[in-house]
Ligand binder design. Structure first.
Ligand code: MG
Length: 382
C-alpha cells in the first residue's frame, strides 16, 4: 500500500484546441456518462489521495467554462488554472513554472483528454517514479510500425516489441523535469513529449506496462457513441390579456400566449427536444393540459423537471440551439436575460445555449402577429 504523499503535484494539460475534432465543444469539456471528460480525469487522481496540488493548463478563454464544470467535481474547487502556451511543451513548461512556488518533490503530468486512466495505473507509475526518478506507461502499438524514408517510401520495419507507444501519466522528479524544460526553452528545442525532454537532458526514463483502455480522445468517433440529438417545435396563439413569456422572461407587449401553462413556446420546444433526444416521450405525456395543477404554471418549472428526468437517465447537456419566430416585438433586448434564465434552470454555462429570433415576413399566423412559434435542437451526451 502506497503511503499518502504530500509532495507530488499533478499537472493536467488541456490547452489544446481540439482541432482534430473539428472545433465545437472542447474535448475536455465534453461529457461521458454524465460527467465532463476533465472531471473524470481529475476525480480518478484525486481519489488516490497521492496529490498535494493540481494545476490544469488551459487557454484563458476557456477558464470560465472550466471553472463552472470543475465546481461540481470532487477536488475541482482546489484546482489552479494556468494559461497554456502555443504548444503542449510550452503549456507543460508554464504549468511547471507555476508550481515553483510550492516546489514539490515530484510531479505527474497527464493529458486532460485521457479520462479512462485508472487508480492502478496511477499507483504503478507513482511507484516507478519514486524508485527511478522518471516513469511512464507504455503499450504495444496496434498497427505494424514503419519508419519512413524520403517521400512515401518505407525505410525500416520496426519490431513490435522494440517500438512501444507512450501514454500519460508521465511522472518525474519535479526539479529535474523543470530543468529539462528550461533548457529546451533556452535552446528552442521541441520534443515529442516530457519523457523525450527528460531523456535528452537528465537521464533514463523507466517504463511500466500501460493500460490499453487509457486511450486519448482525439477524434469525434472516439466519443460519438455517447451523443444523442433531439428536435422540438411549438406554436401558441397570441391573444390580448395574457403575458408574453419567452424563455421564462416576461416581455412587455399588448398580447401574450394562449395556453394551459404560461404558453412559453420556446421552453416547450426545448422540453420536446430534450425528451426527444433521450427517447422519453413528449411534453404532453409528462405535462398533460388536463392536469389542473399545471394551470398557468411557469414553463421554467416544467423545464426544470424535464432536465431532472433527462439527467436521471444518465444524459448531460451538450448544447441547445433555438429559433423563435415572432413578428413583434423585437427580442434582441431580452436575448441575454432569456439565455441566462434557460442556463440557470438547465444548470449549464450560458455559452451552451443559443437563441435566435426571426420574423415570418408577414406570412402565415406568426407573420400576421397571431402566433409565436419556436424550434429547438439539443445535443445530449451519455
Ligand atoms: Mg406549447
Amino acid at each position: 500500500m502506497t503511503s499518502i504523499s504530500p509532495d507530488t503535484a499533478l499537472l493536467i494539460t488541456a490547452a489544446g484546441l481540439s482541432r482534430r475534432m473539428g472545433g465545437g465543444v472542447k474535448k475536455e469539456f465534453r461529457f461521458i456518462k454524465g460527467k465532463p471528460v476533465l472531471c473524470l480525469c481529475l476525480e480518478t487522481f484525486v481519489k488516490t489521495g497521492l496529490f498535494s496540488s493540481v494545476v490544469i493548463t488551459m487557454q484563458p478563454e476557456d477558464f470560465e467554462e472550466a471553472r463552472f464544470l470543475l465546481n461540481s467535481c470532487p477536488g475541482g474547487k482546489d484546482v489552479v488554472l494556468v494559461p497554456g502556451g502555443g504548444t503542449r511543451q510550452q503549456s507543460v513548461c508554464k504549468g511547471l513554472l507555476y508550481l515553483k512556488k510550492d516546489n514539490p518533490e515530484w510531479v505527474m503530468i497527464h493529458d486532460g483528454a485521457r479520462p479512462w486512466v485508472t487508480p492502478d495505473l496511477i499507483h504503478s507509475i507513482y511507484e516507478g517514479m519514486k524508485k527511478y526518478g522518471a516513469c511512464v506507461s507504455v503499450v504495444q502499438a496496434h498497427e505494424a510500425m514503419k519508419e519512413m524514408g524520403s517521400g512515401d517510401i518505407i525505410n525500416a520495419h520496426l519490431s513490435r516489441t522494440a517500438v512501444l507507444a507512450a501514454q500519460t501519466p508521465q511522472a518525474f522528479r519535479y526539479a529535474e523535469i523543470l530543468k529539462a524544460h528550461e533548457r529546451a526553452a533556452e535552446e528552442q528545442v521541441s520534443t515529442v513529449d516530457d519523457t523525450d525532454l527528460y531523456h535528452r537532458y537528465i537521464g533514463a526514463v523507466h517504463t511500466v506496462p500501460g493500460d490499453p483502455g487509457n486511450r486519448k480522445i482525439t477524434f469525434n468517433h472516439d466519443m460519438e457513441n455517447h451523443m444523442r440529438i433531439g428536435f422540438g417545435w411549438d406554436i401558441h396563439r397570441l391573444v390580448p390579456g395574457r403575458p408574453l413569456v419567452i424563455g421564462g422572461v416576461v416581455i412587455p407587449f399588448d398580447k401574450g400566449e394562449e395556453g394551459h401553462s404560461d404558453g412559453d413556446a420556446l421552453i416547450h420546444a426545448v422540453i420536446d427536444a430534450l425528451l426527444g433526444a433521450s427517447c422519453l416521450g413528449d411534453i404532453g405525456t409528462h405535462f398533460p393540459p388536463s392536469d389542473p395543477d399545471l394551470k398557468d404554471i411557469s414553463s421554467l418549472v416544467l423545464l426544470r423537471k424535464t432536465a431532472a428526468l433527462v439527467r436521471d437517465e444518465g444524459f448531460s447537456l451538450g448544447n441547445i440551439d433555438c429559433t423563435v419566430i415572432l413578428e413583434k416585438p423585437k427580442l434582441s433586448p431580452y436575448m441575454q436575460s432569456l439565455k441566462a434564465a434557460l442556463a440557470k434552470v438547465l444548470e449549464c454555462p450560458a455559452g451552451h445555449i443559443s437563441v435566435k429570433a426571426k420574423t415570418r415576413e408577414g406570412l402565415d399566423a406568426a407573420g400576421e402577429g397571431r402566433a409565436v412559434e419556436a424550434h429547438a435542437v439539443v445535443l445530449l451526451f451519455k
